[in-house]
Write a protein that binds this ligand. Structure first.
Ligand code: PAN
Ligand code: ZN
Length: 193
């Protein structure tokens, strides 16, 4: 039987980055075409292809049961039209897997929903610890003017299911209205699905 090896990484609590992360994933606007509601605003920005967020993972994960992983996400400030920069969002491939987020920097929202139609939005600021229960899709949004960063920890066999979100989006959007983050219904989301 092969055992997991212990490891430790330094998380920079100021920037939210893991400088010696084994895996760093960058998501630019072209990596999430069609995710923002305003297609004209997306088209206007696509030539400059801004970096929206980066994910720093402590290690290359196996998908063997029993491995607990951690990744830090740093999301830059900005908007596509009036919609704040956000993550793609996902259900877990094993949808029954939960997750914990700890906010390290900036201000944002954690938006969650279930296939049954429940929606939940949590405000995130440094020190906020949020629990994503089993079966809840989740997306983070930077509603501030500074970087927004958080640490996520999860069983690594949770995996990611992005396809459902790519097709349907989330039931709600977080947009700027009168200078304030505002949650509105997503007109493209089919509640009957
Ligand atoms: C997080 C997310 C990370 C990036 O580590 O994967 O914030 O968001 P997307 O995966 O939606 O692009 C997590 O929830 N892992 O399960
Ligand atoms: Zn997740």
């Amino acid at each position: 039987m092969s055992f997991f090896r212990p490891y430790a990484r330094w998380l920079d609590l100021t920037s939210g980055r893991i400088p010696e992360a084994d895996v760093v994933t960058q998501r630019h606007l072209t990596d999430m075409r069609g995710f923002y509601a305003d297609a004209d605003a997306e088209a206007a920005l696509i030539a400059s292809n801004p970096l929206i967020y980066e994910v720093y993972c402590g290690a290359e994960f196996s998908v063997r049961a029993g491995e607990l992983g951690f990744c830090a996400t740093v999301m830059y400030p900005g908007k596509v039209g009036d919609e704040y920069y956000m993550s793609k969002g996902h259900f877990h491939a094993k949808p029954e897997r939960p997750e914990i987020y700890v906010c390290l920097r900036g201000t944002g929202r954690l938006v969650m929903f279930t296939a049954e139609g429940d929606v939940d939005v949590q405000a995130m600021q440094p020190g906020t610890v949020a629990m994503i229960p089993p079966f809840w899709a989740h997306r983070t949004i930077n509603t501030g003017v500074d970087d927004f960063a958080f640490l996520a920890t999860f069983l690594t066999d949770a995996g990611h299911n992005y396809a459902t979100i790519a097709e349907q989006g989330f039931p709600v959007l977080v947009v700027e209205r009168d200078g304030q983050p505002t949650v509105i219904d997503n007109p493209r989301y089919q509640r009957d699905n």
